[in-house]
Write a protein of this length. Structure first.
Length: 365
């Protein structure tokens, strides 16, 4: 579906290390501030064990995972809203993302200097938020000026829009992100064309040392306390450990390594799934001898819309969807058995696809 998650943070917090663990694209990581001046992009698979379970009962030539696009955005610094460092490029790349993964340095390392002189992840959150808020404030003020011209000509909707935008303006001037502004859902249309940076949903990743990989540390505790009133998720990932795991070739070696450090799975797998969830995405499956495949849809999509994700012809010529629930298929072990037990349902154009549905689309064009 062309959805993007941007990895953001100030410089030297481990963003590129996390990116490299998530993707097969190996970007350059460095100890120098502003060592990267361009974004790295990779398409990554969404880990989903259900695909492997499906393959047990539906042998196939190929298994295809759902994907999300991850963008490693160059490190931010104070003054980015004014173009400092790689500021304007950074902010422009954020604007193109659907959601953000904010990496925070939660480890000490005398060989890796912090750009602000000391490790303080809460200060780093405030730095990034401030830069986004200042840029958003500029955008809101420009939009107010445009609507004021329209309001003078008698446009009542423009007058209402000005009132809404002043709510955002006051909120941003109070050092609050636009996503928490007290605005009715239908009034958010007034900011739809200015792509405010601080409206993006955010996952926070605490990048810790190996000793803190399972339970975290005092830095992580401070982050959680600071964000306790936000509707967000805080994940703990030991970037260096994840990097070592990603270099191992065999699954057996990776499993043994994880066990040694007390983890059940790579932290980046949890991060990818959390990003998928943050974007309000779900998965449906198509299965067959040639291909078992996971498809990405927005939560709430109807059967014809889901069919359109496969191919536009399927949506245009949609007749019906044959639906089997994932759990029913795994329990009964075949499509034929599901039919016999009445677990294959025929659904029409108003059916809302649920996560894990196995679909067979009937269409005519």
């Amino acid at each position: 579906m062309g959805l993007q998650c941007g990895i953001i943070g100030i410089t030297n917090v481990g963003k590129t290390v996390i990116f490299n663990c998530m993707s097969s694209t190996k970007a350059q990581a460095s100890n120098f501030a502003f060592s990267s001046n361009k974004s790295n992009i990779s398409i990554i698979n969404v880990p989903d064990s259900r695909l492997y379970e499906l393959e047990k009962y539906q042998p196939t030539d190929k298994t295809v995972h759902a994907t999300v696009e991850i963008v490693d955005i160059p490190g931010l610094a104070r003054g980015s809203n004014k173009g400092e460092g790689v500021g304007n490029s950074f902010l422009g790349d954020i604007r193109n993302c659907d959601a953000l993964i904010h990496v925070l340095r939660c480890f000490d390392d005398p060989n890796l200097p912090h750009v602000d002189g000391s490790v303080d992840p809460v200060r780093d959150i405030e730095t990034v938020n401030f830069e986004l808020q200042v840029k958003d404030l500029e955008s809101v003020e420009k939009k107010i000026q445009r609507l004021e011209k329209a309001a003078k000509s008698g446009d009542k909707d423009a007058k209402h829009g000005i009132d809404v935008l002043h709510i955002y303006k006051n909120h941003l001037e109070s050092f609050q992100s636009a996503r928490t502004a007290p605005v009715e859902e239908h009034d958010k249309r007034f900011i739809a064309d200015i792509f405010l940076l601080s409206t993006k949903p955010v996952i926070y990743v605490c990048n810790v040392d190996e000793a803190s990989a399972v339970k975290g540390n005092q830095y992580v505790d401070r982050v959680k306390e600071f964000l306790k009133n936000e509707n967000t998720e805080v994940l703990i990932i030991a970037g260096k450990v994840e990097a070592d795991i990603s270099e191992l070739e065999s699954e057996e070696d990776r499993t043994a390594f994880l066990k040694d450090v007390g983890l059940s799975e790579p932290g980046v797998n949890k991060l990818i799934r959390a990003a998928y969830k943050l974007l309000d995405l779900e998965t449906f499956f198509t299965i067959g001898q040639k291909e078992n495949r996971a498809w990405t849809i927005k939560k709430g999509m109807t059967a014809p819309q889901a069919a359109g994700v496969i191919h536009s012809d399927l949506e245009r010529g949609f007749i019906r969807a044959e639906v089997i629930k994932y759990n029913d298929f795994i329990e009964l072990k075949s499509e034929h058995a599901c039919k016999e037990k009445g677990k294959l349902h025929i659904e029409g154009k108003t059916y809302v696809v649920e996560d894990g549905d196995i679909l067979h689309i009937r269409f005519n064009v």
